[in-house]
Ligand binder design. Structure first.
Ligand SMILES: [Zn+2]
Length: 432
């Protein structure tokens, strides 16, 4: 009685434990996102130090954020623009997703409330120049600096607490230039490219934006997605993108800058590569060509004719046809016709080495007793050679390496000496 009671209790605990395992993840997310039990949520916060990794995003740079497989960072450029930014903000809030926004100074000046909303919602806010010129790759550095400063000044001014501004900058149109990058890096600002865009600034449908976002993410398996919170098509595509991220098991990572109170997340340099080289992925690692140092410049002496066993100085090195050799051919006797005659009865033996016995017998009969063979066939009026050819069974033709189009593999008889076609078929059916 006691024993069965203990057993029941144990089983109950196991059932409860398994139940917790099954609902563990959603329950944790629901706790993080009150009122939205199915939210995608934000799986972790990544703290980065711009000085350690100043350029990120594999669209243009060697390094990108140290994300694990199936981790995604959402970024939105060019806002805030109330009409669309507010809708994007609501969707992200409903899913408890934290993203990074790259603000245009002009937008912050026109809509400072929009910047404050982003900060209040806990998103990371970086900048994206003052006027979004698409000439950063060729403008004078002074002008680029004024653009950078204007964006930072107006975005900071919109914030209640300007220290909330992240030292993250995305060059408009990704028109990178080394001078601009060096300027930003010297000021401790991290230059953000992306790992993949969804082309939502182009005149494409929201369906296309959704498809590109997911396809490009799937191709890389993780990374920084570049979107814009000033486009209707992005607003329309975002719910489907979020739904797919959920269905495909992706996790959102929130990126924040390191501060004195908040040290960078410990990482290894190789984690900042999108696909670090591993021993399991075969890639060519050829040894580099060594730099030979020629300590001695003295050249070797050129060989003389004497070194080549030449008899005299003027004798050509290549042998040429001697008179004796030229006369050999003409002195050989012409072979007699008998030499090529095949003794009677040996034809079958010769043919049987290459053909099946049945075919060899038929050919031998045709060759040695043409009249009898013709009479047996009855119908043919073809000359002996042609008749013999017709008489060759299909499998015999295959055995000689001649595979007429009319001969299907199935026509070969089981007794044929030719390779059996069904053996090939059975090989194909084997599991790979
Ligand atoms: Zn932009």
């Amino acid at each position: 009685m006691i024993g069965s009671s203990v057993g029941f209790r144990t089983r109950s605990w196991i059932v409860l434990y398994l139940g917790l395992l099954v609902v563990g993840s959603p329950a944790a997310l629901a706790a993080d996102c009150p009122g939205h039990p199915d939210a995608l949520g934000t799986s972790r916060t990544l703290v980065v130090d711009p000085r350690e990794h100043p350029r990120i995003g594999t669209m243009q740079y060697r390094e990108t954020l140290p994300l694990k497989d199936h981790e995604v960072v959402l970024t939105f450029d060019d806002g805030p623009l109330p009409k669309y930014s507010n809708q994007i903000l609501k969707m992200l809030d409903d899913e408890c997703i934290k993203a990074t926004f790259f603000i245009i100074g002009g937008q912050a000046k026109a809509n400072p409330e929009g910047v404050r909303k982003l900060v209040a919602a806990g998103h990371t806010v970086g900048t994206h120049s003052m006027n979004h010129p698409l000439t950063f790759d060729r403008m004078p550095i002074e002008k680029a600096e004024a653009e950078i400063n204007g964006g930072i000044a107006w975005t900071s001014a919109a914030m209640t607490d300007p220290s909330k501004l992240a030292p993250f900058f995305r060059i408009p149109g990704l028109m990178r230039a080394e001078g601009v990058e060096n300027l930003l890096i010297s000021r401790g600002i991290q230059v953000w490219s992306a790992d993949f865009p969804a082309d939502d600034w182009r005149h494409v449908s929201s369906d296309r934006v959704y498809q590109l976002a997911i396809q490009r993410l799937e191709a890389k398996g993780k990374g920084i997605l570049l979107l814009h919170d000033i486009q209707a098509r992005t607003v329309a595509a975002l719910p489907r993108i979020i739904r797919d991220l959920k269905a495909r098991g992706y996790r959102i990572v929130h990126v924040v800058p390191a501060t004195a109170d908040r040290p960078a997340t410990p990482t290894t340099p190789v984690e900042w590569l999108l696909h670090p080289p591993t021993e399991t992925v075969p890639i060519a690692r050829w040894p580099a060509a060594p730099n030979f140092v020629f300590a001695q410049t003295q050249t070797l002496p050129a060989p003389s004719l004497a070194d080549l066993n030449a008899q005299t100085e003027h004798q050509p090195l290549l042998p040429h046809k001697t008179k004796a050799l030229a006369n050999v051919a003409s002195t050989l006797p012409v072979p007699g016709r008998d030499l090529f005659a095949i003794p009677e009865g040996s034809v079958e033996v010769l043919l049987s080495t290459t053909l099946s016995r049945r075919a060899a017998t038929r050919l031998a009969m045709a060759a040695e007793t043409p009249r009898a063979a013709r009479n047996k066939a009855g119908k043919s009026h073809a000359p002996r050679a042609a008749h013999a050819a017709h008489g060759v069974p299909k499998h015999a033709a295959q055995a000689k390496g001649v595979a007429p189009k009319s001969v299907a593999p199935k026509s070969a008889t089981p007794t044929s000496g030719a390779p059996h076609p069904t053996r090939v078929a059975s090989l194909k059916k084997r599991p790979q």
